[in-house]
Design a protein around this ligand. Structure first.
Ligand SMILES: Nc1ncnc2c1ncn2[C@@H]1O[C@H](COP(=O)(O)OP(=O)(O)O)[C@@H](O)[C@H]1O
Ligand SMILES: [Mg+2]
Length: 459
């Protein structure tokens, strides 16, 4: 229950109504031969009706999408209703009309954790009369007969119907300009009861008494107050922050939102008409997208704090990244080591593999060229004196052919003056033999740093 009310904000009374029937099911005491519960969720748009069912799916099945959902808006005309149950056999177009609900689909909406299937008929006021008739059958008998004659059994399921019937009248009762910092004309329990009456009256006008009688509970969602809207905003922002941490790992950063920026997003993202429905999109547009651009441009260092504030004109948000430090350049992942000293090659192979590099080895220029043409490594590390030529010339050739490649030269003796100059010109670190593992790694690091500098200088 606590988990649920952290996901569905400000609608405690709705959850208190729904949760007991889930507990009834979990206790095994729910009556058989009918759905565990049938609830009609009423109230203005964007107040959390659909969200409630998604949150239940998340809590019960670990997946907010594990719902059998029927958007009644898609079944507005009589002939579309056959899409729901599939056409009878022999009918033209029989093969194309897979029913939207089948026993298999319903069973797949259950999970190992929970046997209870959540069925949602969303925005039922939009449905054609024949769909309402079908629904009546479902509510009455707990089964649905499909076009092909088979039946779907709604035992061990909860059926939610949502509708904004009466929402307009409700809004008039509340305030012409709901949203932020406005007070309803009536308050608290008084208002809640009143809205419930308005809702039920609208439902009674729209649906037959049989229909209304089969519903276990009519729950009216209240317009969200300022506190709830703030909580929903915080929720979305926390989700974004979690996402940043998950996706960027050690390159992650912190987001801090100044009060003025929060007001801006609340102002843009919430309204009488759509409740909190636009909040997510507003955050996406004014926060997520600009952040993504900054990340893509390398404007946010790992560990930085990004402060979000209202722009000077008050028309937009400004994002400023401070602190953090650039990461040491990542190790390149593959290395080709070229030396005619096999003992040294074996040792380097072991050291570098332990460090997470993918290592290939070669004993001559000839062999090295073959290996490079098979799979070009990120870095080559070459002995200065090779049986069939010198390592510096090979390194320079390779760098000319593969500008992204990095190279290190190893040598047991002083290099020729012209080779020293070449190494300087091509940013090739020289590793003097004998060397220890740390020196080898440092040289690789240096070559990759120089490679980065070369890359950014040329771009
Ligand atoms: N009570 C609420 N708690 C948390 N989020 C909400 C709430 N009401 C609306 N939202 C946000 O607005 C979006 C639309 O809400 P939804 O449940 O689809 O509205 P409706 O009442 O029209 O079915 C949700 O995805 C969620 O991000
Ligand atoms: Mg909805």
């Amino acid at each position: 229950m606590r988990l649920l009310s952290s996901k569905v904000v400000g609608q405690r009374h709705a959850l208190e109504f729904i949760v007991p029937s889930i507990q009834l099911h979990q206790s095994g005491l729910a009556p058989e031969g009918r759905p565990v519960g049938i609830f009609l969720l009423l109230g203005p748009t964007g107040t959390g009706k659909t969200k409630t069912v998604e949150a239940l799916a998340e809590v019960l099945h670990g997946d907010s999408k594990r719902i059998v959902k029927v958007d009644c808006g898609e079944f507005q005309s009589e002939h579309e209703v056959s899409k729901l149950i599939g056409a009878p056999p022999g009918y033209v177009g029989h093969t194309e009309t897979e029913p939207v609900i089948t026993q298999k689909i319903l069973d797949e909406a259950r999970s190992e954790d929970c046997e209870l299937a959540l069925v949602l008929f969303d925005e039922i006021e939009k449905a054609a009369t024949s769909l309402t008739q079908l629904l009546l059958g479902v509510l009455d008998k707990g089964t649905l007969r499909l076009g092909d004659g088979s039946t779907v059994n709604f035992d061990q399921s909860i059926i939610f119907l949502t509708s904004n019937l009466g929402a307009r009248e409700m809004m008039k009762e509340i305030h012409p300009t709901l949203g932020f910092d406005t007070q309803p004309r009536r308050a608290g329990v008084d208002l809640a009861e009143h809205l419930e009456r308005v809702g039920i009256r609208a439902v009674q006008k729209h649906f037959s008494p049989e229909f209304v009688n089969r519903i276990d509970g009519v729950i009216t969602y209240r317009p969200l107050d300022a506190v709830s809207l703030v909580a929903i905003l915080d929720h979305h922002v926390a989700e974004l922050q979690r996402h940043v941490h998950n996706r960027l790992g050690h390159r992650s950063f912190e987001i801090e939102i100044e009060p003025a920026a929060r007001y801006f997003m609340l102002d843009k993202g919430t309204s009488v008409e759509y409740g909190a429905r636009e909040l997510k999109r507003t955050i996406h547009r004014h926060l997520t997208q600009p952040l993504a651009a900054m990340v893509a441009n390398g404007e946010i260092d790992p560990g930085a704090k990004v402060t979000v504030n209202l722009g000077e004109e008050g028309e937009d948000l400004t994002l400023v990244a401070e602190g953090g430090s650039p990461l040491p350049v990542e190790h390149c992942c593959s290395v080709l080591a070229v030396d005619d000293n096999n003992t040294l090659l074996v040792w380097m192979d072991r050291v570098l593999t332990e460090e997470g590099f993918e290592v290939a080895t070669a004993a001559s220029i000839d062999e090295a060229m073959k290996k490079v043409s098979e799979a070009a490594p990120n870095t080559v590390i070459l002995d200065y004196l090779l049986p069939d030529g010198d390592g510096v010339s090979l390194a320079v050739d390779l760098l000319k052919q593969n500008p992204a490649m990095r190279a290190v030269v190893m040598s047991g003796a002083e290099l020729e003056q012209e080779d020293i100059l070449l190494c300087q010109r091509y940013d090739i670190p020289v590793l003097i033999k004998p060397f220890v593992a740390a020196e080898l790694l440092a040289a690789l690091e240096a070559s990759s740093l120089k490679g980065e500098q070369r890359k950014s200088a040329s771009s």
